[in-house]
Design a protein around this ligand. Sequence first.
Ligand SMILES: [Zn+2]
Length: 285
Amino acid sequence: MIVIVSELGQKLLPKLVFSIVRRAYIDIVLSCARFRRWAKSFYYLGTSVECPFCGGHFRKFLPTGVLEREFWSSPEAQQLLAEEFVTVCNLQCPRCGSSERHRLAFFYLQDNLRMKENQGARLLDVAPDAFVTKALFQTANIDYVSIDLVRSNADYLMDITDLQFDDDSFDVIVCYHVLEHIKEDRQAMGELYRVLKPGGWAILQVPIWARETYEDDSVPREKFLKHYGHKDHVRTYGLDFKERLQSSGFQVNLDQYVRMLPEEVVNKFGLLLQEDIFRCEKPVA
Ligand SMILES: [Zn+2]
């Protein structure tokens, strides 16, 4: 409906008038969204949980809506949810919208980048996340480089399957919930391995929503939501994601970082206990 009205307006109104009306419409929509967020964060104010990004304290985090998708409605999918390895983010900050994966990235990277051996590290951030970038990378003592295929908030527009960097360029790579969107994910893993320095480390996280990775080239894009649980995911990864990374050359350790945190910290900051970190290292030859 909005698209039809927009196209009609573009045809009927002079260009300048259309541009002003369009800008006003976007401002109203953004203001309404900001007001809704503000009202929601006020409504849920409390002392049970805390968001490290916006500093808000709330009664609880809120569902993201992921579990309401058809993908999770079958009895098989419901059974999967009971498995310990499935990592569905479903605790959203009422104020800024951060979820479990953002908060885990914040704590894990904060701890690791503070280490003496990582001071001054050259870090590649793939598809930078506004939450983590703003809160962490801008203040850490690192040489930060970001890339994205389309978004202009990155330093370079670049395809992860064809990185324009020399071999052995980075000490650290952060690639968080990206590979599930990439058709040629093995090519992307190979490129990440190539540009990582020997002795360097990467965290390559994906949602684990299956026992074994499922992908089917015959599934059309409009069916991705039903088959893979997300309209932009091209597969659902399973526990064999680790082997896929290993076949690209990485040494992979599943870092059970969250499980080692005190229970009150896990609950307070809404972390996902079963979200292990795929910590990938490039061996020194
Ligand atoms: Zn927040």
